[in-house]
Ligand binder design. Structure first.
Ligand code: NAD
Ligand code: GLY
Length: 379
């Protein structure tokens, strides 16, 4: 380990027979080979990355494998959500097979949530299943998508509708790589950090209010602390409800029913990033909770105020580029019905009785929902 590196912290995801570590720390890209070596079925990996991240970190990762005596091939995909399309997935599978993997080859995902979801799904089906390791490089991927084994790709019917639960063998989050992440992407990931406070950890929400601004301004200590705390929260939830069957993992969908509608309306494109949609969705979920008399109005105010203060777009009129003039209540509610969380047309929401008191419900008064969306569009 380099003299400048701070000690790494480890969070365990406790799944019977498939438990794994999330290692979090500075300059870990240079140690991936050493950390992965004891877990590999054979000293052979294929690194999947995108064409933004590979030039930034691919060479250091390759050097770490070489130093550990691990043979490493690589495949690079275009950056962005389009790499999760079916056709792109087909190309990736052929590119992987071109490198002649066997059942003991391990895939390594070096990138954000797109590369992680794509590589994880490729690992689930390549040669009927091989191991994979996550090396997440966005804040969103470090605090959420790299942990928990949800993998998948998109279809013309919607996002992540084809996929598998396939847990990684190891997650290595190098906190320094966030230095090169565009600020807007960092902010989008921060929405997923704050989410853990809103779900069931009011003290962490207080921490976010106190330190969130420093975190998004680049404070490394705040960043490391938030990543570790978020990973502990996610690991605990995933260990208790891996396959989202007990309305516990579903709490991680706070903000997602509204967020999904906003993303669908803006075409799942650059006008609204996933984390931005989650941020705006969480503000709306708290507003709806307050409107329904479930949650103090003051708590909904706090959520909106903090997310907005760090720079996340929470008012609909500030969201969506050219789309911002054409929000429509009926269309947004229609998108909510098309969300994969809806069951037989009944909407599923994560609402809250206060900060840190989220719960899942399928009983939301449609008139109140319509009024709320009308008001949000007008605000
Ligand atoms: P992303 O993977 O598209 O990354 C965002 C952009 O940042 C890309 O252009 C990427 O090339 C670039 N980038 C990544 N790391 C960088 C770095 N260190 N420096 C400079 N640029 C860097 O987006 P994301 O927000 O990480 O992930 C979004 C995806 O995650 C969506 O497809 C979403 O469906 C998925 N997701 C999955 C889960 C899950 O549980 N599996 C959870 C949440 C989101
Ligand atoms: N990001 C939601 C989940 O992992 O369940």
């Amino acid at each position: 380990m380099s003299a400048r590196a701070s000690p790494a912290r480890t969070v365990r995801v406790d799944l019977a027979g498939r438990a794994y570590d999330i290692v979090i720390g500075s300059r870990l890209i240079d140690r991936v080979g050493e950390l992965a070596a004891p877990l590999l079925a054979a000293p052979r990996v294929i690194v999947v990355s995108d064409d933004v991240v590979a030039p930034l970190y691919g060479a250091r990762l390759a050097a770490s494998f070489k130093e550990a005596g691990i043979e490493a091939g690589n495949v690079t995909v275009p950056a962005g959500e389009s790499s999760k399309e079916f056709a792109a997935f087909g190309r990736l599978m052929n590119d992987l097979l071109d490198r002649r993997p066997d059942r003991k080859t391990t895939l390594v995902a070096l990138g954000g949530g797109v590369v992680g979801d794509l590589t994880g799904f490729a690992a689930a089906v390549l040669l009927r299943g091989v191991d994979f390791i996550q090396v997440p490089t966005t804040l969103l991927a470090q605090v959420d998508s790299s942990v928990g084994g949800k993998t998948g790709i998109n279809t013309r019917h919607g996002k992540n509708l084809v996929g598998a639960f396939h847990q990684p063998r190891l997650v290595i989050a190098d906190t320094d790589v966030l230095d090169t992440l565009p600020h807007r992407e960092l902010l989008a990931g921060y929405a997923e950090v704050a989410k853990y406070g809103l779900i069931d950890d009011a003290a962490f929400w207080d921490w976010c209010e106190a330190h969130g601004a420093a975190l998004v301004a680049g404070d490394p200590a705040a960043r490391a602390c938030a990543i570790e705390h978020s990973c502990r929260a996610k690991a605990r939830i995933v260990a208790a409800d891996e396959r989202e069957t007990a309305d516990l993992r579903a709490l991680l969908n706070l903000g997602h029913t509204f967020g999904h509608a906003l993303e669908a309306e803006t075409g799942f494109g650059p006008d609204l990033l996933h984390g931005e949609a989650v941020g705006a969705g969480m503000a709306l979920a708290f507003d709806l909770s307050a409107k329904l008399g479930l949650c103090p109005a003051f708590d909904a105010e706090r959520v909106r105020r903090h997310l907005s203060a760090v720079g996340l777009p929470v008012r609909l009129r500030t969201i969506g580029g050219d789309n911002r003039r054409r929000w429509d209540t009926a269309r947004l509610i229609d998108h909510m019905r098309g969300d994969k969380k809806a069951e037989a047309g009944r909407l599923t929401f994560v609402l809250a009785r206060g900060i840190g008191k989220a719960f899942v419900t399928r009983e939301v008064d449609m008139a109140a929902l319509r009024d709320l969306v009308d008001a949000a569009i007008a605000a």
